[in-house]
Design a protein around this ligand. Structure first.
Ligand SMILES: [Zn+2]
Length: 264
């Protein structure tokens, strides 16, 4: 099982700081809004492979399609390389073609190659691979968000009709409901990450997105953990264990549909 953690970092390497035109305090505020803070601590399971993007999504967002034509968020200036902030202000200066190529190859492509390697590795070892795409989201919609409805759920499960086994999304949502949470499927955020090489081609590669409402575990204004952090982390651990159990007890059949091993 692979835990993919794309948005937990607030690191802006010093040599890339000048790409961003915001003064320090505005940058800090934008980082607080946009970073899935502490998700690298919340989503943790021994034995799982963890793939965390090391720098801030404000520099390059590995969760976006590289081609703006395919990426709906490019319409609000937030494609693979954001031009605008979450409130539509100017975020970056124009990048030179060489700088752009560097951001793509050193960060975006390097990250996706690492993910692809891990997926191939799992396929080789087990004949199946499972990605958990790990995120958090603000309790109030950002200006750039397509879905502005409130109140937002406490957990959002993102699925892909091809790559998310129904039994997996249903069990995951049910487990969260049993813990007492309000859960929505694909609201306010939809989909889940799958490497392009397998996207809509190979059902042996399964993927599910788990998004936690930040108000559960942190003070969203101060950007600090709240007193519930440890208990939310424990609940997420048990959720991840149930996802791993699904992976262990299910197997893709000849068509790639995941079925419980005992029923085959
Ligand atoms: Zn995220």
């Amino acid at each position: 099982m692979i835990l993919h953690i794309p948005h937990s970092s607030d690191v802006i390497p010093r040599n890339l700081r000048d790409q961003i035109v915001l003064p320090d305090d505005d940058l800090a505020a934008e980082l607080t809004l946009m970073t899935d803070a502490f998700t690298n601590e919340l989503f943790a399971l021994p034995e799982a492979t963890i793939l965390r993007f090391p720098i801030s999504r404000l520099l390059v967002d590995v969760e976006r399609f590289p081609d703006d034509a395919e990426e709906p968020m490019s319409k609000v200036g937030m494609g693979m390389i954001y031009a605008l902030t979450s409130s539509g202000k100017k975020l970056k200066r124009a990048l030179q073609p060489r700088e752009m190529r560097n951001m793509v190859s050193l960060y975006y492509e390097a990250h996706h190659e690492a993910l692809l390697r891990e997926v191939k590795n799992e396929l080789e070892k087990f004949g199946k691979a499972l990605i958990v795409d790990c995120h958090s989201f603000p309790s109030h919609p950002l200006q750039c968000d397509k879905d502005q409805s409130i109140p937002r759920p406490e957990f959002c499960i993102g699925t892909d009709s091809f790559h998310t086994p129904k039994a997996l999304s249903q069990t995951t949502a049910l487990n969260l409901k049993k813990m007492g949470y309000r859960v929505r499927m694909n609201k306010p955020y939809e989909g889940t990450l799958v490497p392009t090489a397998f996207y809509r081609k190979d059902r042996r590669v399964a993927s599910i997105m788990v998004e936690v409402n930040r108000s559960l575990y942190m003070d969203e204004t101060a950007g600090e953990k709240n007193s519930a952090f440890d208990s939310i982390k424990k609940q997420l651990q048990s959720l991840l264990l149930s996802i791993r159990q699904f992976q262990q007890e299910s197997q893709p059949d000849a068509r790639g549909e995941w079925r419980a091993i005992t029923q085959q």
